[in-house]
Design a protein around this ligand. Structure first.
Ligand code: AMP
Ligand code: MG
Length: 338
């Protein structure tokens, strides 16, 4: 076993030479490259088989580094970073011209965050340059929350992974588009996560900002939000009727599976080859924070139990802002919701 210091030194070497590595954050594991080496950034897309229309988040070690990659940082970003960084909040801000357009998928904005994990911060400090990093999984598949998940995902590509234990948050960061207007700050949550809209509103109110949340409907400004994502290798079925028997659900699924398209928005839909005869039940903790932490790991576990499908019963108590972040992921991972 390598010591953490040896692992960081090896990771830094690979990054400096233009390679990609897996590294831990508090949300999920990332697949990182230096933002100033274009061929390395390209390697993220090819390793993940990720389409170039889905932008990468730039990870920084400090607010100073964040300012360097933005054309305008602004007082609201400063206020939010002071409270939520390091942590699971990605700020989408105007891009500094020096930021490679491959990272932003051609957009004039860049997503930035400072991760809250000691090894991630140490690595970022040692490298001295921000790291572009999406989640370390093949495009469209379940995100990794442990080093072994990343190794399994990229066993053919032989990606070196810094082992930082299990991720404490377990789902990806909240993505927040911040527009500083002369009279107020206009915000849009582009992706739900651990930091809730109510948390953000509370901070801005307390600090005396005039602000407004608006729904971002323009798909070009909110890329990477496909109907499906995070899919396990066997079909996941979400059932909102807890009274329904598995036999009955499976019967309906077998009828409906044939009607599913092979692919939606570049994501291959997971379909069984023959009919579904067996199932594994996915169970999550009652507490939404714990449920979120274990979500991806449990999805991976039940997926390899050998059943034809995974069944998840959505219960009525699983409601509210925090559960919504979890269901944003779970519903996208599902082949069918009944
Ligand atoms: P991942 O790191 O794999 O969770 O993916 C990063 C996600 O962050 C993308 O899929 C986008 O949804 C979002 N994102 C990153 N940069 C931007 C940006 N400039 N504008 C809007 N969304 C972004
Ligand atoms: Mg991802």
């Amino acid at each position: 076993m390598m010591s953490p210091n040896e692992a960081l030194a090896k990771a830094k070497n690979i990054l400096d030479e233009g390679g990609v590595i897996g590294f831990p954050t508090e949300t999920v594991y990332g697949l990182a490259a230096r933002i100033d080496i274009p061929s390395a950034v390209e390697k993220i897309f090819t390793t993940k088989e990720r389409p170039f229309f889905d932008p990468l988040i730039v990870h920084v070690a400090s607010v100073e580094q964040a300012k360097k990659v933005t054309a305008y940082w602004g007082p609201a970003s400063q206020a939010l970073a002071e409270v939520f960084w390091p942590g699971p909040l990605t700020l989408v801000l105007p891009r500094d011209p020096s930021v490679n357009l491959m990272i932003t998928s051609g957009l004039e904005t860049v997503g930035i965050r400072m991760p809250n994990h000691p090894l991630a911060l140490e690595l970022l400090q040692q490298v001295g340059v921000p790291l572009a990093a999406p989640s370390a999984n093949k495009f469209g598949r379940t995100s990794p929350t442990s080093a072994s998940h990343v190794r399994v995902e990229f066993k053919n590509e032989d990606v070196f992974v810094v082992d930082g234990g299990d991720c404490q948050i377990g789902i990806e960061s909240t993505v927040l588009l911040v527009r500083h207007r002369p009279d107020k700050v206009v915000l849009s949550i582009l992706r739900r996560g651990h930091v809730l809209q109510s948390d953000i509103a509370k901070v801005l109110s307390e600090k005396g900002f005039e602000f407004e949340f608006v729904e971002q409907l323009d798909k070009r400004e909110s890329p990477g939000h496909m109907k499906h994502h995070y899919m396990p290798p066997v079909p996941l079925i979400v059932c909102t009727d807890v009274q329904r028997l598995p036999e009955d659900i499976v019967k309906e699924v077998n009828q409906k599976m044939g009607e599913l398209p092979d692919e939606i928005e570049s994501i291959k839909i997971v379909k069984p080859k023959a009919g579904i005869h067996t199932w594994s039940i996915l169970k999550l903790s009652e507490d939404p924070l714990l449920a979120t932490r274990e979500l991806y790991g449990k999805l991976r576990e039940v997926a390899i139990q050998g059943a034809d499908c995974i069944l998840f019963y959505r219960e009525s108590h699983q409601a509210g802002e925090r559960w919504e972040s979890l269901f944003d992921r779970l519903n996208k991972a599902a082949s069918l919701i009944l």
